[in-house]
Every structure is written in C-alpha cells, then in structure tokens.
Design a protein around this ligand. Structure first.
Ligand SMILES: [Zn+2]
Length: 334
C-alpha cells in the first residue's frame, strides 16, 4: 500500500498562508474509499500509555484549542456521515442543488421537517460534558466544531465557533433575514397538518420513513410524499429561499469565520482533534496550519484520519472515557 504512506514534512510544498488559500468549499468528490482511510493508527494509539501521554501533554499546554467532528455527537444519537472506512454512507443535499430549484428545497424541508422532531431532542453526551469540564479547569481553550447540533453549548462550553453553522437558525437566501428554526418548524407544521403522521403511517409498520436520522437532521422520504409538502416562505420578502444556516457540501465556510479560527490556532499552545476523520478540508486546514507552526497536534478519534501524518500523538479510543481519564489526571495533579 505504498501510496497510503504518509509524506514526510520536508516533501510537502510550502504553503502560501491562510489568506492565499483557495475558497473553503466543502468538497464532495470523496465517495470512493480514500487512501488515508486504508491506513491504521499505530498500535500504541490503543494503549493506556497513549491516554496518559495525552493527559500529560494537555496539562503541559493549558488553553489547547479543540476541533471536534461528528464522532463527538454519535453518542447523542446523531450519526456520522462516514463509516469506519472513510466513505460517505449518505449523500447529503448539495449547496448548488438546494439553490437550484423550489422542488429541491421542498425535498430538503420535507425531510428536515420530519427529522427535526428527533434531531432537536438530542442531548449532550459524556464527551461534550468532559470538554466543558476541561475548559472550566483551564486545560482546554476555545472549541471549534464541525457539528451543527449546538450540543457543546448546551453542555456548558463557552467560546464555541461553529465552523459549518447551526441548524438552530434559518437564513433567507434572497433578503438575508435570519430567524429561529423552531419558529419555522411551527409554521411548516401549520402549513402541513398531518404530514408527519401521513408519512409515518403509510405502511403498517410505519417504515415508509427511514428511522435513520441523518447528520444534518433529515430523514429519507419517498418522492410522492415530498410532492405534497408545502414550503413556508420568508416572512420578510415572501421568497421560498429559506435555508438552514449551515454550510452544505459544495458550499463555502464564510471567510471571516475561517480567518477567526486561523487566529485562534495561531494563539493556541496545542491543537486537539476530537471525533473527526478530517476528511473535509474545512477542518484539515487548521491541523496543517498548527503543524506548520510547530505546536503539538493530538487526536482522539476511532479509526484512521486524514490528518494522522501531522499528529505528534494519536489516541484510537472512545472519546468520553478518554476525556474523563484526562480530567481525572488533572484532579490528581492539582
Ligand atoms: Zn427573505
């Protein structure tokens, strides 16, 4: 598997710096198994010593910046986009597709309307709580998350940057008006009385709707059910162009948000990646930036990640127990 071997730092071309970086578009051409996903973290990443080293490193670098991904929220019932092999298991709505037609937006919102009932009830798990506790203890600094579920904030974390936005807010692509998702959910319910019961009860076992919620909060619905869904228009301009305030695949992370995270990374003593395979450049670019700065980059994620070559320490273990051990070590050191 020679093409899966990590490149040495000296063989990489010099980076032009964050301001010259290409537009941060979430890429979508990764449905085949990528080479990095065929690698394995080193065996020592699964040893108890790795967790002890992690605790020592974090306590030596107070204020470490944290970058979290979908693996953070799987224990809250929100699944990852990817399997262990790094391939995408579901094909989410693309940005261009969403903007292209009323019918595509109808498909998105019909599925999202049904999925929201479950997504909005998700609660923080022990991993989120451990991150918040380590922040309060001064071990961890700012949190940057690729998740759109808001669970870090619910768990009590402060200084959270939502790299890909939040599902809790809606923005109008025509006039720019912003509003809470909960209000839109109520309006969609009024415009579609009985819709959820209809799609759930279509067959005897209620299985017409997939019970599998997606990471972006929607579910799979058949086309004929979608066709009967009434969109809710913007309350300010009337257009049917309301979009959740999240970055879809094929969309761009706002430049100022990217620059803010580069600045946070520049100020941080180390970078900790939690529950992300770093498959999309929107997160990987900060790992590369930290590695170029020469600060320690450490990662706790099950399975391979696209950023392993940049990490000085890798822990291949479940998040919550690992973070709880780091917290306990802090207690012993204090
Ligand atoms: Zn509008």
């Amino acid at each position: 598997m020679p093409d899966a071997a990590p490149t040495s730092p000296s063989s990489r071309p010099p980076h032009p710096g964050p301001l010259a970086a290409p537009a941060p578009v979430l890429r979508t051409d990764d449905t085949a198994t990528p080479a990095w996903a065929l690698t394995q973290p080193p065996a020592e990443a699964r040893s108890p010593e790795a967790v002890a080293r992690l605790a020592g490193l974090l306590h030596d670098h107070p204020g470490t910046i944290v970058l979290t991904g979908a693996g953070m929220s799987t224990d809250s019932g929100i699944p990852d986009y990817r399997g262990r092999d790094g391939t995408r298991r579901v094909t989410p709505m693309q940005h261009g597709e969403f903007c292209a037609s009323t019918e595509n937006r109808r498909r998105y919102w019909a599925r999202s309307f049904v999925g929201w009932q479950r997504f909005s009830r998700a609660e923080p798990n022990a991993g989120h709580r451990a991150v918040a506790a380590l922040q309060r203890a001064g071990v961890l600094g700012p949190v940057v998350t690729q998740n759109v579920d808001g669970l870090h904030q619910v768990a009590g974390s402060r200084d959270v940057t939502e790299l890909h936005g939040t599902l809790a807010e809606v923005v109008c692509l025509t006039c720019g008006d912003r509003s809470p998702r909960e209000a839109l959910q109520r309006r969609m319910a009024e415009a579609n009385p009985g819709f959820e019961a209809l799609v759930r009860g279509e067959v005897a076992d209620g299985s017409r709707v997939s019970s599998q919620i997606r990471p972006d909060g929607d579910v799979v619905l058949p086309d004929e059910a979608v066709a009967g869904f009434h969109l809710a228009g913007c309350l300010v301009c009337g257009a049917d162009t309301l979009k959740p305030d999240v970055v879809f695949f094929g969309g761009s992370v706002p430049r100022e948000r990217v620059d803010h995270v580069f600045a946070l990374t520049d100020a941080a003593p180390a970078l900790l990646v939690l529950g992300s395979s770093l498959a999309v450049m929107s997160g990987l670019r900060f790992v590369r930036h930290a590695a170029r700065r020469g600060i320690p980059v450490v990662g706790v994620t099950r399975g391979p990640t696209r950023g392993d070559e940049h990490m000085s320490l890798r822990v291949d273990a479940d998040l919550a127990p690992t973070l709880e051990q780091v917290l306990a070590a802090r207690g012993r050191a204090a």
